[in-house]
Design a protein around this ligand. Structure first.
Ligand code: PBG
Length: 335
């Protein structure tokens, strides 16, 4: 180079980035295995394992197969799994199967708790896997989801899961007032230690598409949407209002969903309320990343870890992610 530099920066941000040790010293956020929650899809029957075509690498498993996944979580130190029933045979208009004590989910809870005493077990509370129409609640003649009647069923479902031993229940239905109603019912039934993680700010999002294929509700839902109860992606003040209500009604933890497109909402919620706050990196986000990874367009390991670190930076205390096992392995390799 035959020209001398003429400008001297007054601040050199690159000094700290020069070496790995100083980069480590100034690292503001960390992603650990303890931040990860694994959602799993469970099937009736035994010895069944099925791929989900829009979620490469994700499997729907009968309970006996799921135990291997639980074992892997325990080995890796993943603290919590979240159970979603898939392809239930007993769907109905009033979702009676949602509170059948011998149903798939309560059975899974009991068996996992008996075999894996150190693994946290969380369940989804909503009616969409159980209704013939694929909506999260009980509908009237026009197909409108009726709020207060739905809550009665959600209470039964919550008690059924708590009775079976769920550590955490997670209402994902977005009915008004359900957190308070469920909390009160749990208290009355002596389940005062059953934790509630509320899907407080759950948006009416296209990113749930692959999930609906995975649980087998897509066909039932058809062209219908969930806009009369899930939130408008245009809003974020409304998310704060939702979270405020859920905290007041007794939620122990709040969740924002989807994740990556809603990092701004996570940050606002964390700054405003400073309560345990979680993000759900949903099925469509997984599908997007996997599609690019499989095409060789994105580096697999780095895109998984960077996408998850973004949640920590945004203020999340933990992340529900279909990458939990892969991410845990990567984190362990780095350590
Ligand atoms: C159902 C429920 C959904 C998800 C979690 N619980 C789908 C929906 O609301 O239609 C989505 C999860 C994902 O996309 O990974 N109440």
């Amino acid at each position: 180079m035959n020209f001398p530099p003429r400008y001297t920066p007054s601040t050199r941000m690159r000094r700290m980035r020069r070496d790995a040790f100083s980069r480590h010293l100034m690292q503001e956020n960390t992603l650990t295995v303890k931040d990860l929650i694994l959602p799993v899809f469970i099937l009736e029957g035994s010895n069944v394992e099925q791929d989900v075509s829009s979620m490469p690498g994700v499997k729907r498993q009968s309970l006996d197969k799921l135990f291997d996944t639980c074992e892997e979580c325990v080995q890796l130190g993943i603290p919590l799994i979240d159970l979603f029933p898939a392809d239930l045979s007993n769907k109905s208009l009033y979702a009676e199967e949602a509170y059948n004590p011998d149903g798939l989910v309560p059975t899974a809870i009991r068996e996992i708790r008996a075999r894996f005493p150190d693994l946290g077990v969380m369940t989804d509370v909503a009616l969409d896997p159980y209704t013939t129409h694929g909506q999260d609640g009980i509908i009237d003649a026009d197909g409108y989801v009726m709020n207060d009647i739905t809550i009665e069923v959600l209470i039964k479902q919550s008690l059924c899961h708590a009775d079976a031993g769920a550590h955490i229940i997670s209402p994902s239905d977005m009915m008004d007032g359900r957190i308070g109603a469920i909390r009160e019912a749990l208290e009355d039934a002596g389940h005062e230690l059953t934790r509630i993680i509320s899907y407080s700010a759950k948006y009416a999002s296209c990113f749930y598409g692959p999930f609906r294929e995975a649980v087998g509700s897509a066909g039932n839902l058809g062209k219908a949407d969930k806009k009369t109860y899930q939130m408008d992606p245009a809003n974020s003040n409304e998310a704060l209002h939702e979270v405020a209500l859920d905290i007041q009604e007794g939620a122990d933890m709040v969740m924002i969903k989807p994740g990556m497109p809603y990092l701004d909402v996570i940050r606002r919620v964390k700054d405003e309320f400073a309560v345990p706050t979680y993000a759900y990196q949903v099925s469509g986000e997984y599908a997007m990343l996997m599609a690019a990874i499989q095409n060789g367009w994105l580096d697999r390991d780095q895109s998984i870890l960077e996408s998850l670190m973004a949640f920590k930076r945004a203020g999340a205390d933990g992340v529900l992610t279909y990458f939990a096992i892969e991410a845990a392995k990567l984190i362990r390799q780095q350590a």
